[in-house]
Design a protein. Structure first.
Length: 446
């Protein structure tokens, strides 16, 4: 087993309990309160390491550890009958850490007639927290919307544009399992609503105290009907109850995703085709051992390394194909060249430029751009620079380049004239006149 070694923890440190989450009130990095055996000076790890945050798991092992607990597999009939409890409700409190008794769990009767106490954090870990990015961003409301542009081209095909500002590690997308997991999370409405409920509950129920924000994990699971779980945990024979330490396998997950999903990013240089199975999981090929300084802040001048934890077996109910494809926004969907019209207009002795991009394939809704260049010297080169930035920015006007080429407040988007929904190709003369008036008004303001 490839190892992740945590600085500040001794060899063979076991996780006994998982408590509340916290961050500094003015910070962004979340930590997880943990109980260790033997006791450590370090009392927490960052949420980025959620993939390894499992009760009874041994960190910094000297030998290959054996899985802890009693193993059980069961199939979920429905989550409608699940009850929300806390770990304080488990019959045998001797196995529950004092600091985690208030942590939320789901309680239900399995098809094996065993009462199950399943930590909400552990279920979310098995469903979503397969890498540090998803673990971190789960607590940030609306993060996915800001970093990914999802387009349903047809019932059989979807396109995911990874926006330039996105912090998702592109190397992960070399793996078809990671692409499938991200496709499910972004496109499947049930999965996405479940993931985004994490950040929503954090925002609603987190509380401030002594310069820190604290929160007890909570989320709404997706529809898990027919899903099979392979779990390990503490089995209390007298109470016929099981406290789940770890979900090792999730099988037959429902997925509402088109047959083909393409990932686009300006930096993609090669074409990678996904396999046709329904499996999604972690990536192979990591270093044999890597030391982690959990307290160090990430920075651009430090080498980034992807670390891999023991994976959760994760299988969808149906296969679908994913592709990582190369920077094609310069082409329309039918393969023809996308055109941009540039018109120079003089108003009040001042030269303005109007830019209109062909979006007839409805890939993006892009306003007409009105701008005034700082200088007309080499303005052809400036237009080319703007075109390249527009493509790199996935057909969104690149504000950073516009701020470089124009004076402050001397560029703006003008929405297109409104048309009747029954005939988008027909513009009413009155609508065009109002559109022209908006242009003139903006020119005068500049």
């Amino acid at each position: 087993m490839r190892e992740i070694r945590f600085e500040g923890l001794s060899t063979d440190t076991k996780i006994l309990s998982i408590g509340s989450l916290f961050r500094k009130s003015d910070g962004s990095q979340w930590g997880v309160n943990l109980g260790f055996l033997p006791a450590q000076n370090k009392k927490s790890l960052t949420l980025s390491h959620a993939t390894v945050l499992v009760r009874k798991r041994v960190l910094n092992p000297s030998v290959e550890p054996k899985p802890a607990g009693y193993s059980l597999s069961f199939t979920i009939a429905s989550i409608d009958s699940w009850q929300q409890k806390t770990l304080a409700d488990y019959p045998n409190q001797a196995v529950i850490g004092v600091a985690e008794r208030n942590q939320r769990c789901f309680y239900f009767m399995s098809d094996k007639r065993v009462q199950i106490f399943l930590s909400q954090f552990e279920l979310a870990r098995a469903l979503f927290f397969h890498n540090g990015y998803l673990s971190r961003t789960s607590l940030e409301p609306d993060c996915l919307k800001a970093e990914f542009d999802v387009q349903l081209i047809s019932p059989e095909e979807a396109r995911i544009n990874i926006l330039p500002s996105c912090s998702y590690p592109l190397k992960l997308l070399d793996d078809h399992g990671a692409r499938r997991l991200l496709s499910w999370l972004l496109i499947d409405r049930e999965a996405r609503a479940s993931f985004e409920s994490i950040g929503r509950y954090q925002k609603l129920h987190g509380h401030e105290k002594n310069g820190y924000r604290f929160w007890d994990f909570q989320f709404d699971p997706p529809d898990l009907q027919g899903v099979s779980l392979d779990v390990r945990g503490h089995f209390d024979k007298a109470a016929n109850s099981m406290f789940v330490y770890e979900i090792a396998g999730v099988r037959h997950v429902k997925v509402d995703v088109p047959e083909l999903v393409e990932f686009h990013h300006p930096e993609f240089k090669e074409y990678v085709r996904g396999q046709g199975s329904g499996v999604a999981g972690a990536i192979a090929g990591s270093p044999d051992e890597h030391a982690v300084n959990d307290e160090a802040e990430a920075s651009a001048d430090k080498q980034q390394v992807l670390l891999y934890a023991p994976p959760v077996t994760f299988e969808f109910s149906k296969p679908f194909e994913t592709r990582k494809v190369a920077s094609k926004k310069h082409l329309l969907i039918d393969g023809n060249q996308r055109r941009i019209a540039v018109v120079e207009v003089v108003c009040g002795g001042t030269a303005f430029h109007i830019l209109e991009v062909d979006t007839s394939d409805a890939v993006n809704s892009l306003s007409t751009l009105l701008l005034r260049f700082k200088s007309k010297d080499n303005w052809d080169d400036q237009i080319v620079k703007l075109e390249k930035a527009l493509m790199k920015n996935s057909l969104h006007w690149p504000n950073s380049v516009l701020e470089e080429l124009c004076e402050k407040n001397e560029f703006t988007g003008i929405p297109h004239p409104k048309t009747k929904s029954t005939d988008k190709g027909l513009l009413e003369s009155a609508s065009v006149a109002r559109w022209a008036a908006r242009f003139r008004s903006r020119m005068v303001e500049m």
